[in-house]
Write a protein that binds this ligand. Structure first.
Ligand SMILES: C[S@@+](CC[C@H](N)C(=O)[O-])C[C@H]1O[C@@H](n2cnc3c(N)ncnc32)[C@H](O)[C@@H]1O
Length: 382
């Protein structure tokens, strides 16, 4: 995809032939006759260095590009710190949304396109219902080429859903005469064990969405609900204990009296089907959660090749009338153990996110319509 070869470059070199009656280069005629134009400027392809190739409709690709397959023009767009895009509920969204924390496969494909090249290997140690895996497969047809992906997931239900999604999606693609999405390598188990199967430096991109630290909120919510229910048993239903936070839907909702329990960003917990291990993790304190993530990323970092990237979704949280900067805490925790450096914090702003009235009219409470995407790169040795 990246290299159109010398023939293509030579063709563009002939741009010099587009001259006006005075023998001057005629930019307008050149533009009309499909000469390379990037950002509205006609490119004098005589100026292209040997490591540059003009790609029709995409711009100039620099063969020294070690990060991705993007042209300069695409790179400029791809380095924007905000991704302001709502993704349609496609790729068997209904099925995937049983998870609750699923990421749009097309957003994953977009990130994979920014941080890897065709043929690279992508790892998602917390694969869920396969946003990353489907994204890697989409890259074959909608980006610069297939990425091989490996996913770890400890909950069998999510693996079954990924497999069913792929099956149904491919049936529909066959009916539309479209080539199938590749089946990626999903392994059942705890990522802390499975990471041992991955050779050092064999992964080009680790793209994941970490399980949340949240159980104290959920426990609190349950306790509050139980308390309220017992109160409702004893008193009238109109009694007015307004605190309500649902724990199992797409959104965690809260009361309107400024006494909120917690509000999570963007999407949700992804453990509506809980295993005993989930339950254990959910009782972690925030510090335990951070320490657990830091220890896991220390192991994950060994798998990532020099020049690769680790890209991590993490939403911040509002709880007990205070903003929890989980993304900053997690970045710091990972940097403190794993030999990686934080390169960026991208914001995924989802304009399709439904707004809720939180705190009104007593207290400002953010309606979270964004998530953070932390980008780390392995520290170079020596
Ligand atoms: C936030 S979700 C990931 C959702 C995923 N991005 C998707 O699109 O479906 C995190 C997932 O990590 C899984 N998980 C949590 N701890 C794990 C562990 N130690 N090993 C493997 N999977 C784990 C959970 O079951 C959950 O499905």
């Amino acid at each position: 995809m990246a290299d159109d070869g010398d023939g293509d470059r030579d063709r563009h070199r002939q741009s010099r032939l587009f001259t006006d009656d005075d023998g001057e280069f005629d930019a307008e005629r050149a533009r009309e006759e499909s000469l390379p134009v990037e950002d509205g400027e006609v490119i004098d392809t005589d100026e292209l260095a040997d490591h540059q190739t003009y790609l029709e409709g995409r711009g100039i690709y620099d063969e020294r590009n070690r990060v991705n397959d993007l042209t300069g023009k695409e790179w400029k767009y791809a380095t924007k710190s905000v991704i302001a895009e709502g993704y349609p509920p496609d790729l068997q969204h209904d099925l995937r949304s049983e998870h609750g924390g699923q990421k749009p496969p097309r957003l994953c494909a977009e990130l994979i396109g920014r941080f890897s090249k065709a043929g690279d290997t992508v790892l998602d140690p917390f694969a869920g219902v396969g946003g990353t895996l489907l994204g890697a497969s989409l890259c074959e047809h909608e980006s610069t080429g297939l990425r091989e992906a490996i996913g770890f997931e400890r909950n069998r239900r999510w693996i079954e859903i990924y497999e069913t999604v792929l099956e149904r999606e491919n049936e529909e693609r066959r009916e539309r005469d479209e080539p199938p999405l590749a089946d990626q390598d999903v392994r059942h188990g705890d990522c802390a064990d499975l990471i041992a199967e991955i050779p050092d430096d064999s992964i080009d991109l680790l793209l994941t969405d970490v399980p949340y630290w949240h159980m104290d909120e959920l426990e609190q919510t349950r306790n509050e609900r139980e308390t309220r229910e017992s109160k409702l048993g004893a008193f009238d239903a109109g009694d007015g204990d307004a605190t309500d936070a649902s724990v199992d839907g797409d959104e965690t909702d809260t009361s309107v009296d400024g006494d909120e329990t917690s509000i999570r960003t963007g999407d949700d917990v992804g453990d509506t089907v809980r295993s005993s291990t989930d339950a254990e993790e959910e009782t972690q304190s925030k510090d335990e959660w951070l320490a657990d993530m830091a220890a896991k990323f220390e192991r994950f970092a060994d798998a990532v090749a020099p020049g690769g990237h680790l890209v991590v979704f993490i939403g911040d949280m509002y709880r007990e009338q205070s903003y929890e900067f989980l993304s900053a805490d997690l970045a710091q925790a990972i940097e403190s153990t794993a030999p990686v450096t934080l390169a960026a914090n991208l914001i995924w702003y989802d304009p399709t996110k439904e707004l809720h009235v939180y705190g009104y009219p007593f207290s400002f409470v953010p309606s979270m319509v964004h998530q953070n995407v932390l980008v780390f790169r392995p520290e170079s040795e020596g």
